[in-house]
Design a protein around this ligand. Structure first.
Ligand code: 13P
Length: 258
């Protein structure tokens, strides 16, 4: 059997940017620059804030756009006394197909640990939403020679108790913390090495699911470096922050694949 073809995935993570109205304009502007050949070749997603999800859903459905709606966070409980939180079922009803769990900004500023990330990933899956499990080492961890160990532990923790057939469907995003929002992307060989390591680690526990799971890279991607990064064998796409706030720039990154 030849190598498994994994469809690339490019997601714009808008973080805490944009009102609902701006988010509608951005998704529309993005769609003007993409055509069916692009969507055929690459899965495209945008991750607006919670307050913009409903509006983005309206644009996507009214214009029948093949753009995935991605949430930036989810709570693990089905429902309950969790003031300020949002459940997977609430997201699923807004046609959210993917959710980012364990972004380093949430790990760092909101105390999310591997166990919470795992609970979030399982909650998403149980409502039919694909988790995008974000992992990555800090500069200190890399300089101490602990990058592979740290990121490997994050992945194993996030995937705990998830059956292999579900692991095959999910997405892992390798986002080295030192590359996020710094303008300093990982060297393509460094990103490839880590992503290949993660795939092997997933293979040791989940077998062939490792050939299907999409592992994408994030951290200062822009149209100038996207080609070198995406050309690497194990890199299946990108999670794009700052550069995704301009729809033209996000479209240019997506179009690397076509
Ligand atoms: P930047 O592309 O701004 O570095 O952000 C990456 C990121 O955190 C995407 O989730």
């Amino acid at each position: 059997m030849g190598p498994v073809a994994r469809k690339p995935l490019m997601v714009g993570n808008w973080k805490m940017h944009g009102t609902y109205f701006e988010a509608m304009q951005w998704v529309q502007a993005l769609s003007y620059q993409l055509d069916l050949a692009d969507y055929d070749r690459v899965d495209v997603g945008v991750a607006p804030s919670f307050t913009s999800l409903r509006s983005v859903q309206t644009v996507v459905q009214m214009d029948d756009l093949p753009i995935h709606i991605v949430a930036q966070n989810v709570h693990w409980a089905k429902e309950g006394a969790h003031t300020g939180e949002v459940s997977a079922r609430m997201l699923a009803k807004l046609a959210v197909s993917h959710v980012i769990v364990g972004h380093s900004e949430r790990r760092r500023h909101f105390g999310e640990d591997d166990r919470m990330v795992n609970r979030k990933a399982r909650a998403a899956l149980s409502d039919g939403i694909v988790p995008i499990v974000a992992v990555g080492e800090t500069l200190e961890e890399r300089e101490a020679g602990d990058a592979e160990e740290t990121v490997g532990r994050q992945v194993s923790g996030a995937l705990a108790r998830i059956p292999s057939d579900q692991v095959a469907r999910l997405v892992v995003a390798y986002e080295p913390v030192w590359a996020i929002g710094t303008g300093r992307h990982a060297r393509p060989s460094v990103a490839q090495e880590m992503i290949s390591h993660l795939r092997n680690r997933i293979r040791s526990r989940h077998g062939e699911a490792a050939d299907q799971v999409r592992i994408i890279y994030g951290g200062s991607i822009n149209p100038g470096n996207v080609a070198a990064l995406m050309a690497k064998r194990d890199i299946d796409g990108g999670l794009i922050g700052g550069a995704s706030l301009d729809p033209g720039t996000l479209a240019a990154c997506v179009k690397y694949w076509t």
